[in-house]
Design a protein around this ligand. Structure first.
Ligand code: CA
Length: 234
């Protein structure tokens, strides 16, 4: 199943946002649009996106502040900064705050889409470089290249979907992933889809990796919110 790349657009001007959402969706991206920095940070704390398109001038917390906070938290998500101001000084400030690229309004739509694609390509290239192809938690070791897991219960060949979900958990270690987000990212389903698939997956993953699957220590259920993976439980 083809799964869409999730982007977060932070833009307070409705007509600009509308145009960008329309064109990004035409390109096949899954776009979440919010109008404030506060809302963006809330979503970023619980969801994962491949890229943020971030307007600089926002009411409340502005784009620079959002950038600053994310980088302070060591969130390395690629950021494309948009601004009405096109001075060199603004550009330098944006980049020094950790934006990966910068586009001054008004911009050419084609250039905008190319920059988005370019940032995603670079981010992919970076994450494709295996820093460490083994991921370890508890007595479990997962080979991220062969998708094989060595567990206390033996060696398991993981499926593509299982790996997709595990990678998501590993990348967001310690954070709560909502059911909607997991369904969207792993299966490409809309968050509204009612499904038992996810629950069955979690049951299976616990069976593989938890010493006592009925008392999970690594793959935790957070009631009413989703699931959290902990690499080193106390
Ligand atoms: Ca604005």
């Amino acid at each position: 199943m083809m799964h869409k790349i999730a982007l977060l657009l932070v833009e307070d001007e409705p007509h600009i946002a509308q145009g960008l959402v329309f064109n990004l969706e035409e390109e096949g991206y899954l776009v979440t649009h919010v109008e404030s920095g506060e809302h963006a940070l809330e979503l970023l704390a619980i969801n994962s996106y491949a890229l943020i398109i971030l307007d600089l001038a926002l009411p409340g917390i502005d784009g620079l502040e959002v950038c600053d906070r994310l980088r302070e938290e060591e969130n390395q998500i690629p950021i494309l900064m948009l601004t009405a101001r096109g001075t060199e000084q603004d550009r330098i400030i944006g980049l020094s705050k950790g934006a990966d690229d910068y586009l001054a309004k008004p911009f050419n739509l084609k250039e905008f889409l190319l920059r988005v694609a370019g940032l995603l390509r670079r981010a992919n290239w970076q994450t494709d470089q295996p820093k460490n192809k083994l991921y370890t938690f508890g007595n479990n070791q997962i080979d991220l290249e062969t998708d094989q897991a060595i567990t206390a219960k033996g060696t398991i060949q993981l499926t593509e979907l299982e790996m997709k979900m595990l990678r998501l958990f590993f990348a967001q270690e310690g954070k709560v992933l909502s059911r909607g987000e997991l369904l969207k990212q792993v299966w490409g389903m809309s968050p509204e889809t009612e499904t038992r698939t996810l629950d069955n997956f979690i049951v299976r993953v616990r069976k593989y990796f938890e010493i006592d699957p009925t008392k999970p220590r690594f793959f935790l259920t957070i009631r009413g919110r989703g699931y959290r993976f902990i690499q080193s439980p106390e």
